[in-house]
Design a protein around this ligand. Structure first.
Ligand code: ATP
Length: 367
């Protein structure tokens, strides 16, 4: 977890955000996918904020809404206190420079016909930040900063490995001096050893440049290692929002408990926890009534089918959307809050630590 204290002011705020994708197709009544359905959150300057949940729960859509890469169906996003939905052209340009994104698949997000120097230089050129030799120096600096050799600036994306392509994407994101970067599954397409390098790079850059990071991920080990706070999403809603340590030490929501208990154990001799998350996530086009998790919740009671739980304040500044979180704690949720968690994580985190210790040495990998 990042060493930085999470005491910053709010840099980015989502207010009752909704994104409903409509697909008319051949049907007379179009299907509406409620990808994000009433999410409010605030992200503090200088923190690493994680958004976690199973596939299809709306994490990426929320990440894109927060940067206004897609328009919300309803709600608002405020950057440094101002709505980003009502910006002038010049304000929108500034927003595009200050809020950046890096993607899961760096290859798909890099123009294959541009060399790496031009890819990294593009935001500098677009935002008129430097020209000529100053621009070239800046690109070389950025390449060194992310552990690439500036002499490789004339090479093309296909000449680099997956990890190096992610470094190119990060250099490009840094080129406009951003304040906040959203990483949309930034390491999930990479080998574990390379994942650790990229995670460490992001953490170092965050400290060096005073960045705020929003990490969209499904890998809880990555999230525990990197993030200060976590929002757990299910079917377009936040189920629990908490400081990372508190979430992992004592998850309040049954969905968080089940997610943590389902972390696979790396050792083949270790016993896997019994499957707690049975069945698939229901369709976001027809979410269950009441609490959206009730169809898979081991603690569900009749009221859960009827009444939608609000995201209410719990101790330690946490928030949780469950009618019965207090009773569940009292009833010994420990039976499903996974002793295997520490075994699974400690092995992965030891690996990260090893890589972290190597970060003092400059990376001089060649493609
Ligand atoms: N452009 C789109 N048009 C229609 N439906 C979409 C669109 N983008 C996303 N969706 C749907 O919205 C829901 C949420 O998708 P989203 O990609 O945000 O989830 P996710 O949690 O990031 O999943 P994953 O981890 O698999 O990327 C899914 O049901 C997805 O199919």
């Amino acid at each position: 977890m990042s060493a930085m204290a999470t005491t910053g002011d709010v840099i980015l705020e989502g207010v009752d955000l909704k994104k409903h994708f409509g697909s008319g197709g051949l049907l007379s009544s179009p299907t509406v996918v409620r990808a994000v359905d009433g999410v409010s959150l605030d992200i503090r300057r200088g923190e690493t904020f994680a958004i976690v949940g199973e596939s299809g729960c709306g994490k990426s859509t929320l990440g894109r809404l927060l940067l206004r890469l897609i328009e919300p169906t309803a709600g608002d996003v405020r950057y440094e206190g101002r709505s980003i939905l009502k910006l002038s052209k010049s304000e929108l340009r500034r927003l595009r420079r200050e809020l950046q994104i890096i993607f899961q698949d760096p290859y798909a997000s890099l123009n294959p016909r541009m060399n790496v120097g031009d890819i990294i230089a593009e935001p500098i050129w677009l935002h008129n930040l430097a020209r000529g030799s100053e621009k070239r120096d800046r690109v070389a600096d950025l390449m060194r900063t992310v552990g690439l050799l500036p002499t490789h600036a004339d090479r093309y994306p296909h000449e680099f490995s997956g990890g190096q392509r992610q470094r190119i994407g990060i250099a490009r994101a840094l080129a406009g001096d951003p304040k906040l970067i959203v990483g949309d599954e930034p390491v999930s397409a990479l080998d574990v050893s390379i994942q650790a390098q990229i995670i460490n790079l992001l953490e170092d850059l965050k400290d060096r440049f005073g960045l705020t990071l929003v990490i969209v991920a499904h890998d809880l080990a990555v999230i525990r290692h990197m993030s200060d706070r976590v929002a757990v999403m299910y079917l377009g809603e936040i189920m629990e929002l908490s400081e990372t340590d508190a979430l992992f030490d004592n998850p309040l929501h049954p969905y968080t408990q089940a997610l943590l208990a389902a972390i696979p154990i790396p050792s083949p001799s270790s016993r896997q926890p019994k499957a707690l998350l049975q069945g698939d996530v229901p369709s976001p086009a027809a979410p269950p009534s009441g609490c959206r998790f009730h169809t898979r919740c081991p603690h569900a009671r009749p009221v859960c089918k009827e009444q939608h739980p609000a995201l209410e304040a719990a101790p330690d500044g946490r928030r949780v959307a469950c009618h019965f979180w207090r009773e569940i704690q009292g009833a010994g949720a420990g039976s499903i809050s996974a002793p295997p968690l520490s075994a699974a994580l400690s092995k992965r985190l030891a690996l990260y630590q090893t890589w972290r210790e190597r970060q003092d040495k400059p990376v001089t990998t060649s493609p």
